[in-house]
Design a protein around this ligand. Structure first.
Ligand SMILES: Cc1cc2nc3c(=O)[nH]c(=O)nc-3n(C[C@H](O)[C@H](O)[C@H](O)COP(=O)(O)OP(=O)(O)OC[C@H]3O[C@@H](n4cnc5c(N)ncnc54)[C@H](O)[C@@H]3O)c2cc1C
Length: 406
């Protein structure tokens, strides 16, 4: 019977030289490896993963995808990312389970509605479907919503984004890994990067706990550990704090929630999975740490928050809770950079809440960057030097003010 289940890829012996080494077998590392091979014929690539692929936030996120970010630098990237899911499902021949259910962000004040109006206009300007709704229209979309004045923060309206939804995160990890390995990429699980070597100002090798690999190209895509590695290996200081995000699912129910619903005021989002569970999360512990533990305080907060605007969920049991690490920058936009402090050394990190929905398109452009050495236009605004030049992006406002929408 076992013979029926084909392995998605085979482990290969680790070589002492590769054309590119990617540190981190998460979404961004695997996507970059896949596109290096697919778009640039760079197949002599190793992905080094200290545990197993998807061990980091890749396997712990709540899988929400959308394109209605806030700033003109971010919107095109996320739009292309959203358009890529159906394309990749076909191309990888792997069901990524894109559930195009749409996202509804609730506004709980006139000020929040005003801010949403600006975000809707910014998205529409980039050709992204985003609409402002009043409270009644929100309830037509989600009949379970309480739009009375009973909740502590009554619902004033919302921002609806029909093309967003949910994609199965594990499937993305496995599909990309299989697609990359099929094209010759080596995936080395249980292999930790322990150092990066520089010779004559150029990236020259990656040390691992299984030996040294010589390579002219290194990508640091180690998620929550990327800043620590950059500092330890190269003395590079990144403006990243690592915080824990917690999430949970309830017992399964018959279908009642057909969209992702989120509320910044309650700092909470909820959607119903294809299995019927209500998946909910959003909270981020406000102090930096590297633990993936959940807390009783947060479980209580989440139960109280979600039942404020979806009171029919009262009395449900949470079946599972988990935590994952998020690498947060001060402006809630990522860092994608290259050739500093060494030529051939690249960075793709600082994704915080948003690194699932962006992963495939980022992989495409980081692969282009690594293959050609030239930074693609779309990635230029995300360079590390924006922090030195005090040119922070306005993505924080897209989240903190009112959206809490992963
Ligand atoms: C609870 C939660 C919910 C989230 N919800 C969403 C959401 O709905 N939508 C969304 O867009 N984003 C969401 N995110 C964010 C998203 O999951 C991350 O931004 C994304 O996974 C980052 O991808 P990554 O590849 O950069 O990092 P990761 O997926 O964390 O991968 C990094 C990998 O590097 C490996 N590594 C670390 N150090 C080393 C080393 N020394 N050597 C080798 N390997 C190493 C780690 O083991 C890990 O596997 C959520 C995150 C969490 C925690």
């Amino acid at each position: 019977m076992l013979g029926r289940f084909k392995r998605l890829w085979d482990a290969k012996p680790m070589k002492t030289h590769y054309d590119a080494v990617i540190i981190g077998g998460g979404l961004h590392g695997l996507a970059t490896a896949y596109f290096l091979a697919r778009n640039h014929g760079l197949t002599d690539v190793a992905v080094i993963e200290k545990r197993y692929i998807g061990f980091g936030a890749a396997g712990r996120n709540t899988a929400i995808v959308r394109a209605n970010q806030r700033t003109q630098e971010n919107l095109p990237l996320y739009k292309e990312a959203l358009d890529l899911w159906p394309v990749l499902t076909r191309e990888l021949d792997f069901n990524l389970m894109f559930y195009n259910c749409g996202n509804l962000n609730l506004a709980h004040s006139e000020a929040a509605l005003k801010a949403m109006r600006l975000q809707v206009a910014s998205a529409q300007f980039q050709g992204i479907d985003s609409r402002l709704l009043d409270a009644k229209e929100c309830r037509e979309l989600v009949p379970a919503l309480d739009i009375s004045d009973r909740p502590r923060y009554p619902i004033f309206g919302g921002m609806f984004h029909p093309p967003g939804g949910i994609v199965r995160h594990d499937a993305v990890v496995w599909g990309l890994a299989r697609g990359a390995a099929k094209r010759g990429v080596h995936i080395h699980q249980g292999t930790s990067a322990t150092g990066i070597g520089v010779e004559g100002g150029k990236a020259a090798w990656v040390d691992t706990d299984r030996g040294r690999i010589r390579t002219p190209r290194v990508l640091n895509a180690a998620g929550a550990y990327s800043a620590g590695l950059a500092n330890r290996f190269l003395g590079q200081r990144l403006p990243i704090s690592v915080l824990t995000i917690q999430a949970m699912v309830t017992q399964p129910l018959k279908p009642l929630l057909h969209h992702v619903v989120s509320s910044g005021a309650y700092h909470c989002y909820a959607n119903q999975t294809l299995k019927g569970e209500i998946a909910t999360g959003a909270h981020m512990d406000p102090w930096p740490n590297y633990t993936t533990q959940t807390t009783a305080h947060y479980i209580k907060h989440q139960a109280e928050a979600v039942t404020e605007f979806l009171p029919c969920l009262k009395g449900l049991k949470f079946m599972r809770t988990w935590g994952g690490l998020a690498d947060m920058t001060p402006d809630m936009a990522p860092i994608m950079d290259g050739h500093s402090p060494a030529e051939g050394y690249y960075l793709d990190c600082g994704w915080g809440y948003f690194g699932f929905k962006s992963s495939t398109v980022t992989g495409k452009y980081m692969a282009q960057y690594m293959a050609t050495g030239e930074c693609p236009e779309i990635l230029k605004p995300f360079a590390l030097k924006r922090f030195e030049e005090h040119r922070l992006m306005g993505e924080t406002a897209a989240l903190v003010d009112y959206t809490a929408n992963n």
